[in-house]
Ligand binder design. Structure first.
Ligand SMILES: Cc1cc2nc3c(=O)[nH]c(=O)nc-3n(C[C@H](O)[C@H](O)[C@H](O)COP(=O)(O)OP(=O)(O)OC[C@H]3O[C@@H](n4cnc5c(N)ncnc54)[C@H](O)[C@@H]3O)c2cc1C
Length: 326
């Protein structure tokens, strides 16, 4: 329907929309009074995935299904969605912040010739115009942005917006779009999946444990992973730890790594450099453990322990186990 708020589907590549979709759909519904539609570009949608989108509030799913849409390549996806947007004139196009959507939304905005509010942390309607809020200067300031023209495009930071409540039995109308895949200039060669750690994904986790240079070596991350298993947390790292080769870059939190906004951030042996804070300062509760009482991270921490992490981590894990086993 013209004038709807669209949300681009981020899926797990197995046909299920990711949990962050509940947040993007929930926010789009709140702003549009329920006029929300999902746009799913995929090689294989599943019935369960379509049902889930309906239960999270999408009144319609525009389904662009084609074997050529996997794996994701911007130059193949963008023309298909741009053509549909030109035909259907959505008022807004949202997507959750993920590596794929960051790239896709920037390309789509360029193709449509409209502005993009990247990494939004808030929205409000000002009369009949949308105003977005996004962090700037490594998160030190928040800027308000408005769009000159529609569609209003934005990527939404995970764990910031209230997720839509799943309404059992609510269904979305599914509209299949006979989208052709654009010819490619690039040739896809190979996709390599990283082995799963068995812990939640860094940008989706409600609790994130971060280990810095104070971890002293890659072998010691096992104590953080043990804690992660007990409390269901993802384990990330500072750039110092990544640069030392202790953790792969996909685990880096900060300005040149991932931006996270979990309910709980626990930092161990992380000093709190501005570039690290840029990626985690919007966490709801920040806990820091550092042996240096002057470490800058204590300035933004809600709770701090001055101590040796090699004593504090096992002690905390033991207490978490006791509490959670009750
Ligand atoms: C352009 C640019 C981009 C950058 N991007 C990023 C980024 O994305 N992410 C990022 O993290 N950094 C980034 N950095 C690097 C950043 O400036 C810091 O160098 C880095 O964050 C420091 O990592 P750290 O806190 O682990 O190490 P350090 O600053 O060395 O801190 C280690 C801390 O561990 C404590 N410690 C040591 N042993 C123990 C112990 N046994 N128990 C408890 N505490 C202990 C120490 O007291 C110290 O505070 C960037 C820098 C630049 C210039």
């Amino acid at each position: 329907m013209a004038g709807a708020f669209w949300v681009i589907v981020e899926d797990d590549r197995q046909g299920a929309p990711k949990k962050v979709m509940a947040e993007a759909l929930g926010e789009a519904a709140r702003l549009s009074g329920g006029n929300v539609e999902a746009v799913w570009v995929t090689d294989k949608a599943t019935d369960a995935g379509l049902t889930q989108l309906g239960e999270w509030g999408a009144s319609k799913v525009w389904l662009l299904e084609n074997a050529a849409f996997a794996p994701y390549r911007g130059e193949v996806w963008v023309p298909a969605v741009a053509e549909l947007a030109a035909k259907e004139s959505p008022k807004a196009i949202f997507a959750p912040v993920t590596s794929r959507q960051r790239e896709f939304m920037a390309r789509l905005a360029a193709k449509l010739g409209v502005g993009l509010c990247a990494d939004a942390v808030g929205f409000k309607m000002d009369g009949d115009k949308l105003v977005g809020t996004r962090p700037v200067y490594a998160g030190k300031l928040l800027s308000k942005v408005a769009w000159k023209q529609m569609p209003w495009m934005a990527t939404l930071r995970p764990n910031v917006f209230r997720p839509a409540e799943s309404q059992a039995g609510k269904t979305a109308q599914v509209e299949k779009v006979g989208a052709a895949a654009a010819p490619e200039k690039l040739k896809f060669v190979e996709r390599r999946e990283e082995a799963s750690t068995g812990l939640p994904e860094l940008t989706e986790a409600e609790t994130v444990i971060s280990g810095g240079r104070g971890m002293k070596g890659p072998e010691n991350y096992v104590i953080l992973e043990e804690m992660g298993k007990v409390i269901g947390a993802a384990v990330g790292a500072s750039r110092a730890a990544v640069d030392a080769g202790w953790r792969p870059h996909r685990f880096q939190i900060g300005q040149t790594g991932r931006t996270i906004s979990p309910k709980l951030y626990l930092g161990f042996g992380v000093s709190g450099a501005i570039q690290h804070l840029a990626g985690m300062r919007t966490s709801k509760v920040i806990v820091a453990v550092n042996k240096d009482p002057e470490a800058p991270i204590f300035k933004i921490a809600d709770y701090g322990i001055v101590g040796d992490l090699f004593e504090v981590v096992p002690a905390l894990t033991t207490e978490f186990k006791k509490l959670l086993e009750k």
